[in-house]
Write a protein that binds this ligand. Structure first.
Ligand code: GLA
Length: 369
């Protein structure tokens, strides 16, 4: 923790329950600094869970669609769009007066295989795939025009070493697919902010490639407002310095910084990798599920300390960061219960399985310059 710049006092109360009148939420603690967001699933926005509703209302002023607006969910067949989630999601965000983010238009995961193929099963030509991509962007962005405030237009186009990820998008359309996606989104909703989003942006080679691509878009007059740094972090990794350098360099390059998918994995990893590559999947075993009953106090304390340090850093750079979004609402609904090992019990968020804040209204942060 960076005590030289900030005194960060985290008060652990353990089991603060629901909202009491006048209670300040996380969003209020960080109101002058950045939005506090949560990625939400279908049940958390359809009005059926009062507990999710009150948690969202009290603590968050931004929402991200966790899975519901990904291609495979919103556009499962060529002639079939499913907007049930999206409509509930945007309505919930508007009721909260939240900054609403659409995630994500063009990605290599959670996109059906038909997207890339013709009726015979052969890969599409560049032009045909561009048409299909533009039609998707047109339909989805248009439906929420003026209501979704920012879009993750392209997700995860680079490998960690800064080379292009060899996705179907890249292999069939070349690197221009990114320019075409941003151009189309801008045309359909000129008022929406447009972002590129990726994990391990703290890695210098990857960041360099992302910033080069983003600056290249700008030099062609194509709008790109910000770079989303997915914050899939671990208790001791990456370092605050690595994250800080990324924040500073993205800002210096002229882009808004967003911490888009924040969680802190407290469980061991079967092998040495980081990031959020969904291709990785191990079967559950007791060895990899050490806290199946509860989180030990010392691990909990490390989690508190990690979050305090991270928020100290984010606050220090609040002039550069527009939003900090948690990837999930509470420990019971985090993807980290199933990645990289399926069926574990993880504890990566600020809210426990009973949807109680693990600390009282936040990380109390006092500037001590
Ligand atoms: C990536 C994606 C998210 C989500 C997470 C983990 O980071 O951007 O949509 O799938 O992986 O679930």
């Amino acid at each position: 923790m960076n005590h030289s710049r900030f005194l960060i006092a985290v008060i652990f109360l353990g089991t603060i329950a629901c909202q009491t009148p006048g209670e300040r939420g996380l969003k209020d603690e960080f109101q002058p600094d950045f939005y506090i967001g949560a990625a939400v699933n279908a049940r958390q926005v359809d009005g059926s869970m009062a507990s999710a509703d009150s948690l969202l209302d009290l603590h968050f002023n931004s929402l991200t669609s966790e899975n519901g607006l990904k291609w495979s969910n919103v556009h499962p067949q060529e002639d079939e769009f499913d907007f049930e989630f999206g409509d509930n999601y945007v309505k919930k965000g508007e009721e909260m007066d939240a900054f609403i983010v659409g995630h994500t238009l063009v990605w290599h995961q959670q996109v059906p295989d038909w997207v890339f193929r013709d009726q015979e099963g052969s890969f599409l030509s560049k032009e045909a795939l561009q048409d299909r991509m533009e039609n998707h962007i047109d339909t989805v962005v248009r439906r929420y025009k003026g209501r979704i405030d920012g879009w993750d237009v392209v997700n995860e186009a680079f490998e960690d070493d800064g080379t292009w990820r060899k996705t179907h998008w890249y292999m069939l359309m070349g690197e221009e697919y990114i320019a075409q996606a941003f151009t189309k989104a801008q045309k359909v909703d000129p008022d929406a902010e447009l972002y590129y989003n990726d994990y391990n942006v703290w890695k210098p080679e990857k960041r360099r490639a992302i910033l080069k691509m983003a600056q290249n878009l700008r030099s062609q007059g194509i709008r790109i407002d910000g770079i989303g740094m997915q914050g899939h972090y671990r208790l001791d990794f990456p370092s605050l310095d690595q994250i800080e350098t990324a924040i500073e360099e993205i800002h210096q390059a002229g882009f808004q910084v967003m911490i888009t998918e924040l969680d802190v994995d407290v469980l061991p990893r079967p092998s040495d990798f980081d990031g959020a590559d969904l291709e990785i999947s191990y079967a559950d075993s007791p060895e990899w599920n050490p806290y199946a009953d509860s989180i030990p106090a010392e691990v909990h304390d490390k989690l508190v300390d990690r979050y305090a340090s991270l928020f100290g850093l984010f606050k220090k750079h609040s002039d550069k960061i527009s939003r900090v979004t948690f990837w999930g609402l509470h420990d019971g609904s985090t993807w980290l219960n199933n990645w990289p090992v399926r069926g574990r019990r993880n504890y990566p968020l600020l809210f426990d399985r009973e949807m109680r804040l693990k600390w009282n209204t936040a990380l109390f942060i006092k500037k001590n310059r």
